[in-house]
Design a protein around this ligand. Structure first.
Ligand SMILES: [Zn+2]
Length: 342
């Protein structure tokens, strides 16, 4: 084959190569150990001197040219490959995003916010308290006698004693905030205190070691039990979207005098009797009463100067009533099948 034809063939093959592998193949065919140009160069020895010089020079020139052309093509392919890679990795800002799953508020959070909204609409301010309390605020200042069973290990999570005399605990109710607030403020005022409380007891369908309460306190010159009844009726009417009746039964709590248990007419049967109210037509909702003079004293007030009411309602209880949930533990179980319903 003559050198010009070999050259045209080789150059065309290099141009045709679409990738590094094909280019390597071309290299092998022409410049490899058994390549066409290599063989031509080897055959020079068998030629006579004149021809050998002529063809030899041309063959060597062609070898250099092919090496150079191959190298250029190699660089071109590498550049194209980079461009292709960049094209594939390009970020298209107009492509719609992936939708991430969105959660929602826990049913107890809904209940707490709804309760706050209603009380705030009646002029109550929301106050927060400590979840770790001292024995003084949780019991002593609230007129609990030293031998009251609530102080027992059975009911209270006591914390390790660090300083002599002062013993801390996880608050068993939101009532400590009553005294803490009164120490800092002068009546008249009305506040609510939503928050977590803790009980050291066995759990069942109606008891948990952790629950949510909403404390209420209204103090002024002439605040009476009638005001309490009015506020509560308004709250329940708004909360359950239906008129309800309230019934106060005498009861005992150390920090109130008189104290009462508050029943609400059953919102399911409207007082006719059903399984929710155990056929009685009434549902026990919370404890309340008129603030005990000893509590005013503990807060630094002169008891005769002021009067007011206090109550503590269980938000879990309220949620169970509103959503008709029969087991309080469902609220804390973290089971999505339950939580997704709200
Ligand atoms: Zn009922």
């Amino acid at each position: 084959m003559d050198i010009t034809a070999l050259r045209d063939q080789a150059i065309e093959a290099i141009e045709r190569a679409k990738n590094a592998k094909e280019l390597e193949e071309v290299n092998k065919i022409y410049l490899g150990r058994k390549g066409k140009l290599t063989q031509l160069l080897r055959s020079l020895n068998a030629m006579e001197a004149g021809e050998r010089r002529k063809i030899g020079a041309a063959a060597n020139a062609l070898r250099d040219e092919l090496h150079e052309t191959l190298e250029k093509k190699q660089e071109l392919l590498a550049r194209l490959e980079l461009q292709e890679e960049a094209r594939q990795n390009r970020i298209d800002v107009t492509v719609p995003g992936k939708r991430l799953p969105v959660g929602h508020l826990h049913p107890l959070t809904h209940i707490q916010r709804e309760a706050r909204r209603i009380f705030e609409s009646m002029g109550f301010s929301t106050v927060q308290g400590n979840e770790i309390e001292s024995q003084h605020y949780n019991f002593d200042a609230l007129n609990f006698p030293p031998d009251h069973p609530a102080r027992d290990m059975q009911d209270t999570f006591w914390l390790k004693q660090h300083r002599k005399g002062e013993r801390n605990l996880l608050r068993t109710h939101t009532s400590p905030v009553q005294v803490r607030y009164m120490e800092q403020h002068v009546p008249p005022f009305r506040i609510i205190v939503p928050g977590r409380v803790f009980r050291n007891e066995a759990t069942d369908a109606r008891h948990e070691t952790n629950l949510y309460q909403l404390e209420g306190l209204m103090v002024g010159k002439y605040v009476s039990a009638a005001h309490f009844k009015g506020v509560l009726e308004e709250f329940y009417r708004e909360f359950f979207h239906t008129p309800v009746s309230i019934r106060l039964r005498p009861s005992f709590f150390p920090f109130v005098e008189p104290g009462f248990e508050v029943d609400m007419s059953c919102v399911v049967c409207k007082g006719g009797g059903c399984s929710t109210c155990s056929q009685g037509g009434w549902i026990e909702m919370m404890g309340a009463g008129m603030v005990h003079p000893n509590v005013f004293k503990a807060a630094g007030y002169v008891p005769g100067d002021w009067q007011g009411f206090a109550f503590g309602m269980g938000l879990d209880r309220l949620a169970m009533m509103k959503y008709k949930v029969h087991d309080i533990r469902l609220f804390y179980g973290g089971d999505f099948r339950f939580l997704r319903q709200f």
